[in-house]
Design a protein around this ligand. Sequence first.
Ligand SMILES: Cc1cc2nc3c(=O)[nH]c(=O)nc-3n(C[C@H](O)[C@H](O)[C@H](O)COP(=O)(O)O)c2cc1C
Length: 303
Amino acid sequence: MNLAVEMAGLRLKNPVLTASGTFGYGVEFAAYGDLTALGGIVVKGLSWEPRKGNPMPRVAETPCGMLNAIGLQNIGVHRFVEEKLPLLPWAEVPVIANLYACDVTDFARLGEYLAEQEGVAALEVNISCPNVQAGGILFGQDPEQAARVTRAVKDRAGTKPVIVKLSPNVTDITTVAKAAADGGADILALINTLSGMAVDVRSRRPRLANVIGGLSGPAIKPVGLRCVYQVSRAVDLPIIGLGGIASAEDVLEYILVGAWAVQIGTANFLRPDMAFRIAADLPGLLDELGVTSWGEFRGALRA
Ligand SMILES: Cc1cc2nc3c(=O)[nH]c(=O)nc-3n(C[C@H](O)[C@H](O)[C@H](O)COP(=O)(O)O)c2cc1C
């Protein structure tokens, strides 16, 4: 079957993308597979200024997932555009920039600068930073602020699609999804990590220097599926699903509950060629299941 997906003007040759923060700037993974065989590459979260990230240790393994508190370490948006973007095959595979800022003005200038870059196909807005001016609540936990950030980026994105990436750390994810839609989002991506922690009884210390971090990997797949299922029924926008995907079957689970495309995250750390393998495995599994089009399969869960 034809694996291509088109959503909000974004053309993907297949629905398998990589998740921000788990695939470097893309370039590092070229040794493990053909980048142009992917549906898209979402790069590490970019901020206006470079960021050193949080103190070590900032990663911990848990029984079926990983905890991280990297703290958005990155080289800054200018170095990304000058040094990394030209090395990516952006003419053949959409490169999506993931934006991270802690105030609306910063989000706006980041969005404007990245949207002007020919090699950037779309912007993905990570709204999981606390807004200090608003008492430290995360942008993504307050529907009004989520809408404001989305609008600020959308107004400066020109023709480039704006993807808003939602956090599961809320009581009702559909409320924030609707707010992002009201703010002008073209596509929603969900989920980001779940807030968690790990402790060591011997040292009596937390395993992360930051104490609290984000849980990802197989442990969160049921949460991701639930969120995509709920949001796809509440909001009329294409959805990119993610959380714990590690096989072609996992991809189809997300599409069955309503996702248009997916991102592979923590699984890239398990095997650096994981995203390539999953993309290569998809056609065989679709054949086996007798699926002939995405339109027929997407959201077709018999619930
Ligand atoms: C080490 C690490 C770094 C991450 N950095 C970012 C980031 O910069 N921006 C972002 O939106 N999400 C970031 N994420 C979240 C992932 O993109 C993804 O939403 C999450 O890990 C859930 O998917 P998974 O279970 O497949 O990993 C990061 C996750 C990990 C594990």
